[in-house]
Design a protein around this ligand. Structure first.
Ligand code: MSP
Length: 513
């Protein structure tokens, strides 16, 4: 039986252009999806756009467009950013699609049928920027006396008829979920925040609005539109065919992993499982929340004018160096800063020096001293065996890390092997063996190729294009790049293409030599 893996990104609001924060969640999901595919899983990687709600409606008004015209334009821009970042999504769902309206309405009806929805009136605080209701005691008072949401977003007092979801009924079941399945919310520091929020008391959730109409109509009462978060969360179900449980993709439910930023954890770790419990549906296995990027030490914001378009970074530094930087610089789950200096340092030290040089030194010696042909596997010395054993453990060790979203640790694991390979090549000094022991020289170069093959194979999810080039240079054919293929040694005698540097050093244009 094929093993399935269903991973999602949040669906992004279409009120603004894609930026590095969006790219970050999506690259992380892409690394995981690609890794699981190489490990033999049948993967469904879902992403998309969140197109309804008052925030999008207002952005469209400000742009002098209809909401759907704005959504069409921004959704296309997200796809363009995804192409630039090599995001290998399997489906891109838009909440304005009929299949989604059907799924979201079916979820609503199920909740109603199960007695979890009632009509009332909402009176309280709402932050449009977060599309979130806040309780009085969550607000923060600014020095000038104004009150804002804990995220800093402005709040307004809202009073309107509204349908409610009986969220308060689910507190005990949610607490039991976090206790019995601690892996449901990670990292643990975030889980503790979720638990204390639930322990602090849950109020029923207002799940419809009447003051605007850019949304999915409430079944049976079209004066109301669904609260944009109920609409949005339902995307994870509608994309796999809900409510048609015989749909081919329905087998992917429940999702294995929802990747989200820390700002939207409450919706995914509290509201979402409660809605699913209410509808009698299976719960996702895991919600993992990552941290936020600052830009050159500052919060990224439109008003500061420092919003980074990932496509600009790719143009300047190249795709894989940026993907690598994003996954390497920020310990996955923590926060970090994006700066030119940090990007260039990672490129020059880890990519050009550590990995690029290792490949270049190995391959250029094969070109020069072995006629450009892959040598036979020789008799292994203890050092050869130690290096190859360390490399061969990578897929398994990394899979454990990827399953825990320890994406940065997994890279560190690869770099241990890269550093060991560099120490090995320095110590074996194959260039010096050319005259004294050409057989041993060939054996050493072959050990290096075998090690590099594992390194390049496991790094494909992080740096697909450059690892594709590296595997080609190592003589690894297209059908030999999965983890399972590593069990079969490369046949000796293959002619290798002329080696070309894969990670050039980055030199600032105005840098003095
Ligand atoms: N539409 C909702 C999600 C609905 S999911 C059912 C939404 N959209 S969003 O456009 O605001 O994108 C949110 C995602 O971008 C979050 O995962 C958030 O953490 C991420 N980021 C936005 N700015 C970020 C940084 N500066 N750094 C890292 N990620 C950030 O919320």
């Amino acid at each position: 039986m094929t093993r399935r893996y269903y991973v999602t990104t949040p669906i992004y609001y279409v009120n603004g252009a894609p930026h590095i924060g969006h790219a970050y969640t999506s690259v992380a999901a892409d690394v995981i999806a690609r890794f699981k595919r190489l490990a033999g899983f049948d993967v469904f990687f879902l992403t998309g756009t969140d197109e309804h709600g008052q925030k999008v409606e207002q952005a469209a008004q400000a742009a002098g467009m209809t909401p759907i015209a704005l959504a069409d334009r921004v959704a296309a821009d997200f796809r363009d950013m995804y192409d630039a970042m090599a995001i290998s999504y399997d489906d891109f769902i838009r909440t304005t699609e009929p299949r989604h309206a059907e799924g979201a309405s079916a979820l609503w009806k199920k909740l109603e049928e199960n007695g979890h929805i009632y009509l009332g009136a909402y009176e309280g605080w709402y932050a449009l920027r977060d599309e979130c209701f806040y309780q009085e005691d969550e607000l923060i008072t600014r020095p000038d006396g104004t009150r804002v949401a804990p995220t800093g977003a402005p709040v307004e007092w809202v009073k309107e008829p509204s349908y409610f979801f009986r969220l308060s009924d689910f507190a005990d079941r949610l607490l039991e979920l976090y206790e019995k399945h601690p892996g449901f919310v990670e990292p643990s520091s975030r889980r503790n925040e979720v638990i204390s929020f639930v322990r602090g008391g849950l109020r029923d959730l207002s799940i419809s609005r009447t003051s605007f109409n850019w949304g999915i109509p409430v079944p049976g009462d079209p004066k109301h539109v669904m609260y944009v978060w109920v609409d949005a969360l339902a995307n994870y179900l509608s994309a796999v065919g809900y409510p048609d449980e015989s749909a081919p993709r329905w087998d992917f439910w429940p999702a294995n992993l929802h990747l989200v930023g820390k700002d939207i954890l409450r919706f995914h770790a509290i509201y979402w499982p409660a809605l699913l419990m209410g509808a009698g549906l299976a719960l996702p296995e895991r919600v993992f929340s990552h941290g936020w990027w600052t830009i050159e030490g500052q919060k990224m914001s439109k008003s500061l004018g420092n919003v980074v378009d990932p496509r600009d970074l790719v143009k300047e530094f190249g795709l894989d160096p940026i993907r690598f930087f994003l996954m390497r610089e920020m310990p996955f789950g923590g926060d970090s800063d994006l700066s030119r200096k940090a990007i260039i340092t990672r490129m020059n030290v880890e990519l050009a020096n550590d990995l690029g040089n290792l490949a270049q030194r190995t391959l250029s010696q094969i070109a020069r001293n072995c006629g450009g042909v892959l040598p036979e596997r020789g008799v292994h010395t203890a050092e050869d065996t130690a290096l190859l054993a360390q490399a061969s453990l990578l897929p398994e060790i990394m899979e454990g890390q990827i399953d825990r979203q320890a994406l940065t640790d997994a890279l560190e694991e690869v770099w241990k092997v890269i550093r060991a390979s560099n120490a090995y090549i320095d110590h074996q000094a194959p260039w010096a063996l050319k005259k004294t022991d050409p057989q041993r020289m060939a054996d050493v170069l072959r050990v290096l190729v075998d090690g590099l093959r594992v390194i390049a194979t496991v790094l494909q999810p992080y740096m697909p294009r450059s690892m594709d080039a590296m595997l080609t240079q190592l003589g690894v054919e297209a059908g030999e790049r999965s983890f399972a293929a590593l069990d079969v040694p490369l046949p000796a005698g293959r002619t290798l293409p002329a080696p070309k540097g894969i990670f050039p050093r980055f030199v600032e244009a105005d840098a003095t030599p």
